[in-house]
Design a protein around this ligand. Structure first.
Ligand code: ADP
Length: 213
């Protein structure tokens, strides 16, 4: 992803403004052999995205921003809290059998495992559950915390973190989801209170929303 998808005409407008700016809408229209009204939607897109600036009685000018600056600006300003899903958690005393049932009933691929007090202890994925199943052990007597990935190896994100940083964590650690946490100081030790779940689906949904607005 290196640039915004601009139409041929929008790219042409950028070239004209680059060369002749500041230039009025009327003058751009003339150079393109179009009416001012026909250009209005393109000029609106180019100014709203920050690629062009506009001053009354002066005209349009290039802001110096590139299309990829604009994308990074939009995505970099969105915080995890704006996209996160509800956390689906089970207690560390839960059995593997019950964890699998919860995955089906809650329709999630990753469960967050919490302590009696609700603090983050671990994460179990679908493959963790498959592995436990292959072991041949009675799933009703196998506690989920035997199969989970545990703290301090859990990769987390924070409500105020940029979704770009969170997305990079999903990719670099090759996981499907991150617990969203608030960091608490509980009698001198650091605890993670789980307040959400950030997943690849959240990012996919954002992409669809961005173009369907
Ligand atoms: P799956 O194993 O179903 O493909 P993941 O790719 O998310 O799902 O999980 C891969 C492994 O990473 C699993 O063993 C899982 O316990 C672990 N894991 C999942 N999410 C995290 C996380 N946020 N931090 C650390 N480990 C994780």
């Amino acid at each position: 992803m290196s640039s915004i998808e601009l139409s041929k005409r929008q790219e042409h407008i950028l070239v004209i403004v680059e060369e002749f700016g500041p230039i009025t809408g009327e003058q751009i229209a003339e150079k393109l052999n179009l009416s001012r009204a026909a250009l209005r939607p393109d000029l609106a897109i180019l100014t709203m995205s920050g690629l062009l600036g506009a001053r009354p009685r002066v005209g349009y000018y290039r802001t110096g921003k590139t299309p990829s600056d604009v994308i990074a600006g939009v995505l970099g300003n969105i915080k995890v809290a704006q996209l996160q899903s509800q956390p689906i958690a089970v207690k560390n005393t839960c059995t593997v059998y019950d964890a699998i049932v919860t995955m089906f009933t809650e329709d999630v691929g990753t469960l967050i495992v919490v302590s009696e007090n609700g603090y983050l202890e671990g994460v179990v994925s679908r493959k963790d559950m498959l592995k436990a199943t292959l072991s041949g052990t009675n799933l009703n007597s196998l506690p989920v915390n035997v199969s989970m990935t545990r703290m301090p190896n859990i990769v987390v994100t924070y409500p105020n973190e940029s979704i770009l940083v969170a997305a990079q964590k999903l990719l670099s650690h090759q996981v499907d989801s991150l617990p969203v946490v608030n960091v608490l100081d509980v009698e001198g030790s650091e605890k993670y209170q789980v307040i959400g779940r950030f997943t690849k689906t959240n990012i996919t949904r954002l992409f669809v929303q961005l173009v369907s607005k």
